[in-house]
Design a protein around this ligand. Sequence first.
Ligand code: MOS
Length: 752
Amino acid sequence: MKAPHRLEAYDKVTGKACYTADLAHGPVDGPLAHTAVVQSTQATGRIEAIDTAAALALEGVHCVMTHLDAPRLKPVHTLPGGELTRFQPLQDSRLHYNGQPVALVIADTAEQAQRAAACVTIRYAAPEQPPLLVLDEQKAERPQMVGVGEPGTTERGDPDTAFAMAEQTFEQVYETASHHHNALEPGAAIAAWDSHGRLTLYLGTQYSYGDAYGLAQAFDMGLQKDFMEVMKTGSPEEALRDKVRIIVPFVGGAFGGKKGNVHPLLAAMAAKRTGRPVKLALTRRQTFSMMPYRGATRQRVRLGGGKDGRLQVLMQDALIQNSTTSNFIEPVGEMTPKLYASKHLRTQHKTARLDVNAPSWMRAPGVAVSQFAIESAMDEWAYQQGIDPLEARLRNYADQEPQSGHEWSSKSLKDCYQAAAERIGWQSRDPRLGAQQEGRFKVGYGMATSIYHVAQMAACARMRIRADGTAVASSSTHEIGQGSATALSQLAAEALGLPLGSVTLEWGDTRLPYSSLTASSSTTLSLGAALHAAADALRLKLGTLASTDPASPLHMTNPAELKLQESGLVSQTGRQESFVSLLTRHQLDYLEAEAGTADQINPPEVGRAAFGAQFVKVLVDPQLGTLRVERLVGAFGCGRIVNPTLAHSQLLGGMVWGLGQALMEETRLDRHNGRWMNADLSEALIPTQADVPDLDIIMIEEDDRRGHPLGIKGLGEIAVVGVAAAVANAIFHATGQRIRTLPLTLDKRLIL
Ligand code: MOS
């Protein structure tokens, strides 16, 4: 089957596709009220007084909600990666970060609310101590757990002894900067309560069920289940449906930053307070402090081994910037144990809580920053031993998953290295430092390994086949721009044996079956598996109907052996009946089934990961220190590719993220008052078309059915990983200058 284009493409290019802030009505009848957030201008201390009189006197203003009169909230315990567990807005006078919401104006129009917000005056008590705003190892703690329950320390062998005994050793420190997701669509929510006390939201989120749970907990709506259990089993309690509903329109990018946010909670509080549907749309500037970002890291990497470049030991100590309000620690070392075949290894984490808003998951969490450090170090190690950087990777190639010793479900990294190296002309470069020149530019080539986990999360789906031969597949998943609605429609059609045009996918509503979080490059696999499970349950129902029906050509067949194929059921001997014929004869409008994948979540006894290789060519101007990335080639092995067009687009977007991380992305904190200084898109730089060179993407198709019967690994985030190191390595090759701090900006390169 030819891969379809993005199904919603026409709606998106014509502006018909709806995002939350586009909606001019609430989910419940009533005139929509608008809001504006007032944020603190100091990081710590206390609010002494808030004067709202001037704001309240303005036309159209209904109220100014502050900590003195906002609805009181109960604790929230949902997914790590938000701040609502440790901090809830407008509950008391304490300040935790600069930009903390301290009042919410509610008015008839957005303009009235904004004008009034500017008239709210706040008197602060000075903090007893200056805020902590600098990543300081002395103030750091060593966590037991990172991410969603990964161990804070992973070890194999005896790394300390191995390092002490190694013939050759290497040790360096690498730093990465804070940077923000900056999704094209800023955070927005519309909330309303109905007369039965039910809360409904339109919300741009990547985890509708997670947010619904958080809101139900905050407003004490009597839910019983432990959320981590809900997430693990994919089974929210029925009661949730009568309490909170979240409807998710198109989402304009999420990248890890759109879930567990403060703004939907504020919108729900305002709706409760005013008894009206309320819209809250953050400004771009507000997203910097009211939505998360990636915290800065400092990583010490130690390598030990022989002159042949073979590693005996690899150690990574990661210090991660965190917040007093966060329940999340970026799992920096998560993938390092699976990377190379060194016998001895330790990765460990430390985290320092600063007086800033909470960092969270961000595109290729952990591994995006980890691989800058590890792959820069591998490059340094290769040059130190006088070995070609690619050869150094091959000498440490892990034929088995090195931490568990398991066979890999599939791994085509060698093919990735080879394909990308050939495409960029690796072997024909001059390997000596600073030896190659094009015009006045120094030419450099660099490479790095890319790796990303394979994640499947428990999810549910419902499949309905109608008597007219069409089908509806449903799950509350999210279309965050990555193309999942298209890829999942394809998988639903495949599972049902129907043409794509006969299947409608319903998504984006917690009235639909539970969907996992749209993150971790896991959606195609997680939801694809749920759709297949639901199709399988439906197959048994249809099969039972047919096999017990004397009028069916499938009478007396074994329903378990029937297949869904060619718009009907087919037996092993080729007997068949169409859905239309079967349902019509039984006078059924439709038949449906629902199923989940909780039983698939225990990992198989195989090593699983997606791998790739990034190769880059740079031109450095030795007079000016300016850098031009001329070519970037990425080759990736990510299991089965469901839709090559969309997969290519995901990998392309990922590599552009990688270039952003390499060259420009950095959000800077004012070290006195804790405010993000470059909190807008004119100063928080991200790559534009003009910054992006010729990108070459190679997809190595893999058979990963040992990993999962669908053979899908997932892809997207992997393409970010390794770009920054490859660029830094290429700068070294061009100039002999080693830059160990991201981003690789001009000020760090002018030392030629
Ligand atoms: Mo992404 S950081 O897995 O939402």
